[in-house]
Ligand binder design. Structure first.
Ligand SMILES: *[C@@H]1O[C@H](CO)[C@@H](O)[C@H](O)[C@H]1NC(C)=O
Ligand SMILES: *[C@@H]1O[C@H](CO)[C@@H](O)[C@H](O)[C@H]1NC(C)=O
Ligand SMILES: *[C@@H]1O[C@H](CO)[C@@H](O)[C@H](O)[C@H]1NC(C)=O
Ligand SMILES: *[C@@H]1O[C@H](CO)[C@@H](O)[C@H](O)[C@H]1NC(C)=O
Length: 502
């Protein structure tokens, strides 16, 4: 594994770099151990009740800033309530109806109301204490007697899952008592707030990297327009290298490796942890600026298309009308393999597609993956983490997810709603008994094949993981799958003629 790790230095000075603090970056132990430990299937458990609190909606103001000169105003309008300089304040918490939305400076406020995640905000003079993984707030005035003086938080979006949360470091937030005032000189002074997130958890799995990590981080800080410093736990070069473009899309600054950087960093505010709106989801109704997952897609398009110079882009015909619709087949290895993939590709060609086989785990950097997936009109694949790359499809394209026996509800839970919200057409092709390799092992009449939902009952998670997810391939029934392909082909032509229309 280590040999595939990119050299950090090669990332240059962009946002994907790391602040070179004392001892920084010399080790990144232990993070690999959670790679692929859990498959994406857990995502079905994530659906959580939305929590809405009815409170005033104005923001946690934390530092004055020149009014932004671009379209959306980022400001709260409380404070002076005034016309002129109401615009001089940046809002830390972009979420509507948050318990932390209307607080003044010199405060620590945590919103623990969400089922999936906790998030804390600190407004004021915030400094890191590297010796204790703490953020210390130095108030300008003595704090009120009832002010929050200490909070602890593990910044990850699966707070209901004890095992993985115990692997995420706990960050301590505290208000400095008056006598501590002179301590803690700043080694590095930042003029942008800090976002504390982790590169740990299940980040080694692409689905989790996006669903637990980057989408939540983006929806928590996108309103700051990259004027935010990422302070990362479990920082490691693999993470920085794999996701360098996205990291630069989130932040204009070097990443701070919180566990290894021995310097005191000072910030005008901090956000610890991220919001979570659902699996690969952004809920515009919960955001002050109504952003959607399409805006997240736009970020990917921006960062990956600029990275494209270094990447071999599939050559398309110069006139889009001349080219056949393009179908990408996500090709897995080991389990949930399409055993007759070559015949499926041949069928797709005969239906009228240009076909691109997209190998999973081929070590291709994400910008290259982005280039090949975004060129597709239709993406077809068996359920698995790699389908997270539907995020790379252009709005209007289609995702066809093949669900092996026993997997349909999980498959749907992971990608159906999320891809529809991105403006994609979603279809699910549920394999039948005769298309599953389990029919060879158990026979068509065995309950494992004939009624997977019944077979799963009372069996527990291990059974599902072993039999249906880990022990099954599919051989698509070409006559049956042809209907799906024909429909997708007609649709792709329709979409194209609509998009070409003046
Ligand atoms: C602000 O925007 C206006 C209009 O978009 C433009 O004319 C002006 O030059 C901008 N000012 C700065 C300081 O960028
Ligand atoms: C602290 O007390 C003041 C005055 O009683 C009250 O207005 C304020 O809401 C309280 N703050 C917190 C964080 O409880
Ligand atoms: C967000 O949507 C609401 C309701 O549709 C609208 O009133 C508001 O102006 C929108 N805000 C922005 C920043 O577009
Ligand atoms: C699925 O296909 C892969 C690759 O051909 C093979 O290694 C694996 O043993 C197959 N699994 C089953 C359950 O047939």
């Amino acid at each position: 594994m280590a040999s595939k790790l990119p050299d950090l230095r090669s990332l240059g000075g962009g946002g994907g770099g790391v602040e070179d603090g004392g001892g920084g970056g010399k080790k990144w132990p232990g993070f690999v151990q959670f790679f692929f430990v859990l498959s994406v299937v857990l995502c079905v458990l994530l659906y959580a009740p939305r929590f809405i609190v009815l409170t005033p909606t104005y923001g946690l103001d934390f530092f004055p800033q020149p009014p932004p000169n671009t379209s959306t105003r980022l400001v709260g309008q409380d404070g002076g309530g005034g016309e002129g300089n109401a615009g001089d304040v940046v809002v830390l918490d972009n979420q509507l109806h948050s318990p932390c939305s209307s607080l003044a400076g010199d405060t620590i406020c945590c919103d623990r109301s969400d089922f999936n995640t906790d998030v804390c905000f600190m407004a004021g003079d915030v400094r890191t204490d590297p010796s204790s993984l703490s953020l210390v707030l130095f108030p300008q005035q003595p704090p009120a007697a009832n002010a929050t003086v200490e909070e602890k938080i593990r910044p990850y979006t699966r707070k209901w899952e004890t095992f993985i949360m115990s692997k995420v470091e706990e960050v301590r937030l505290r208000m400095a008592p008056p006598e501590e005032e002179p301590g803690h000189r700043c080694d590095v002074r930042h003029d942008a707030p800090l976002l504390v997130m982790t590169a740990g958890g299940y980040t080694g799995n692409l689905f989790h990297a996006f669903s637990d990590g980057f989408v939540p981080a983006w929806l928590t800080v996108q309103h700051l327009r990259r004027r935010v410093v990422l302070g990362v736990l479990s920082y490691n070069p693999w993470w920085a290298g794999t996701f360098g473009e996205i990291i630069s899309g989130l932040s204009d600054y070097h990443v701070v490796d919180l566990l290894h950087d021995k310097r005191t960093h000072c910030f005008p505010g901090a956000i610890v942890g991220t919001r979570f709106h659902g699996i690969l989801s952004v809920d515009p109704a919960r955001l002050r600026d109504n952003k959607t997952i399409v805006d997240f897609h736009d970020l990917l398009a921006n960062v990956y298309e600029t990275a494209e110079d270094t990447v071999v882009v599939p050559q398309l015909e110069s006139t889009t009308t001349a080219r056949r619709p393009r179908l990408g087949i996500v090709s897995r290895r080991g389990t949930r393999v399409i055993e007759n993939q070559a015949a499926v590709a041949q069928l797709a060609r005969s239906v009228g597609f240009d076909v691109d086989i997209l190998e999973t785990a081929n070590g291709l950097p994400l910008p290259a993956s982005y280039a090949s997936v975004s060129a597709c009109d239709v993406l077809v694949g068996v359920h698995g983490a790699d389908l997270t790359k539907f995020l790379f499809l252009r709005p209007g394209a289609a995702l066809v997810q093949i669900a092996p026996l026993g997997v349909p509800p999980i498959a749907r839970g992971c990608y159906a709603e999320a891809s529809a919200r991105m403006g994609l057409h979603y279809e699910q092709y549920d394999a039948e008994g005769h298309e599953s390799s389990l029919s060879r092992k158990y026979g068509l009449r065995d309950v494992v094949v004939s009624d997977p939902e019944a077979a799963k009952r009372d069996k527990g998670w291990g059974f599902v993981a072993r039999v249906y997810l880990g022990g099954q391939n599919v051989t698509l029934d070409l006559a049956r799958f042809r209907h799906t392909l024909t429909r997708m082909h007609a649709r792709a032509l329709r979409v194209r003629s609509l998009q070409a229309a003046p």
